[in-house]
Design a protein around this ligand. Structure first.
Ligand SMILES: Cc1cc2nc3c(=O)[nH]c(=O)nc-3n(C[C@H](O)[C@H](O)[C@H](O)COP(=O)(O)OP(=O)(O)OC[C@H]3O[C@@H](n4cnc5c(N)ncnc54)[C@H](O)[C@@H]3O)c2cc1C
Length: 413
């Protein structure tokens, strides 16, 4: 984007030299390293350490890279990265960016000292790669975050927090070096009585529960995390105790700010475009395979693309993909430029891109006919991978709820 994109109301649709260079750099890695490894790690259903190590070697898996892209002036650094990487493969893509989710939790809630202490440890070094997990969901608290049961109690005598509970579906859960865990400190205050903690490497009492066998994104590790009398030093409470005490006191006084909820909703609006961009990458990959196939596959003496039914399907796929990209870029640009998400534009971008990925990958399978149904071609994997994008990081129903509330100003249920 050119400089005038920084002025609200005058965005540019063209990418500048920095974004073009970034796109081609990530694309090359996705094409040369990620794609060739995709089928193998999908079959193995294991965390693809060698590929993540390759990404670390070139600096794509690093704190420096994610920090640079997060603060890149147009806001498009992360969406461009995500689209290209997930174009390569979504399971491996998630293995590479999963740590950034945990790092984002520290960055939005932690003090500068906490950022400096923990985030570098989440990534490690190219010679000694580390990973991190963000653990919020629980068996009875998925969409309903207020139903969280994991408890954190403060032990004044030792200045430690003692955490007990079970987290589930945690990306990198149990194999991570650092876990960021959300827990209830005051059950009466529901979501406003929750806080986030860093659980440092090697902390006693944290263990991996069940590792889930999944429908898609199978190179990404997803597991339960059990916290049994986990003791972490006071400095592991993100934001610090003084801030927490002040926040709890405000909530107890019944301050009508709704501050905690609004603050976390605003954080989601800022992070959802990057998730939408992941879905966009999968959709584009499947569309490209389908377009190529439709031009070369002949039936009834002509390429199948010469049938309107196929050509129109491809036209719709491309239109939805481009619409998703515009929504994703708009929301990412708004986040970077501090624009208010008055119509939940971040949620809109994730909703549209997620549903587009599911629809487009399904259509791609149809265009490939029998081949689309086999593992000889990548679209069936892409269709399995796309499915998670209407489920995690807020289901499609929850995105609609958020958008509906934003546009109506009412507590839609
Ligand atoms: C592969 C994978 C990776 C994940 N990674 C992480 C991670 O790293 N960290 C983490 O904390 N979590 C993670 N999650 C959890 C994920 O965010 C949750 O699965 C998601 O939030 C949905 O919660 P749930 O599965 O409990 O579904 P539920 O909340 O039980 O929802 C079930 C259905 O009911 C619908 N529903 C629920 N409430 C409403 C409502 N009010 N109105 C209308 N419909 C509603 C939902 O949309 C959905 O269709 C991951 C999940 C998966 C599968």
């Amino acid at each position: 984007m050119s400089d005038d994109s920084q002025v609200p109301g005058t965005p540019s649709f063209g990418l500048g030299p920095d974004q073009l260079e970034l796109r081609s750099w990530v694309h090359d890695f996705a094409a040369d390293v990620v794609r060739p490894a995709a089928a193998e790690w999908d079959e193995r259903e294991e965390f693809p350490w060698p590929v993540v190590q390759e990404a670390a070697k070139i600096g794509l898996y690093s704190l420096d890279f994610f920090a640079t892209q997060s603060f890149e002036e147009t806001g498009l650094g992360l969406p461009i990265t995500m689209e290209e990487l997930f174009w390569g493969d979504a399971g491996i893509g998630l293995a590479i960016v999963g740590t950034a989710l945990a790092a984002a939790a520290v960055s939005s809630n932690g003090t500068p000292e906490q950022l400096g202490e923990w985030v570098p440890q989440m990534f490690g070094t190219p010679d000694d790669v580390k990973i991190a997990a963000f653990c919020s969901s629980e068996p009875d608290a998925g969409s309903d975050v207020g139903a969280m049961r994991t408890r954190a109690r403060y032990d004044e005598a030792t200045d430690e927090w003692v955490i007990d509970g079970t987290k589930t579906w945690a990306t990198n859960g149990g194999i991570a070096d650092i876990h960021v865990v959300t827990a209830v400190v005051d059950p009466e205050l529901r979501t406003r009585g929750q806080a986030s903690f860093v659980v440092p490497p090697g902390t006693k009492g944290l263990s991996q529960g069940q590792k889930f066998a999944k429908h898609g994104i199978r190179a990404s590790h997803t597991a339960e995390v059990v916290l049994d009398q986990v003791r972490v030093p006071g400095r592991c409470l993100l934001g610090g105790k003084e801030k927490l005490d002040a926040r709890l006191a405000r909530a107890r006084e019944g301050a009508k700010s709704g501050g905690a909820t609004n603050a976390s909703m605003a954080t989601f609006e800022r992070t959802r475009p990057a998730v939408g961009a992941q879905a966009l990458g999968i959709a584009r990959a499947a569309y490209e395979v389908a377009l190529d196939y439709a031009k070369t596959r002949e039936q009834f003496g002509r390429p199948i693309i010469d049938n309107q039914a196929i050509a129109f399907a491809l036209a719709d796929m491309k239109t939805s993909i481009d619409a998703s990209r515009l929504l994703v870029w708009r929301a990412a640009w708004m986040a970077r430029n501090g624009q208010p998400f008055e119509a939940a534009e971040g949620s809109m971008s994730k909703l549209h891109a997620g549903e587009t990925a599911v629809a487009v990958t399904g259509q791609a399978m149809q265009i490939l006919g029998g081949n689309g149904f086999t593992r000889e071609y990548p679209v069936e994997r892409m269709a399995r991978d796309a499915r998670i994008y209407t489920i995690f990081e807020g289901t499609s129903e929850i995105q609609r709820l958020v958008i509906a509330r934003a546009i109506s100003g009412r507590q839609i249920r």
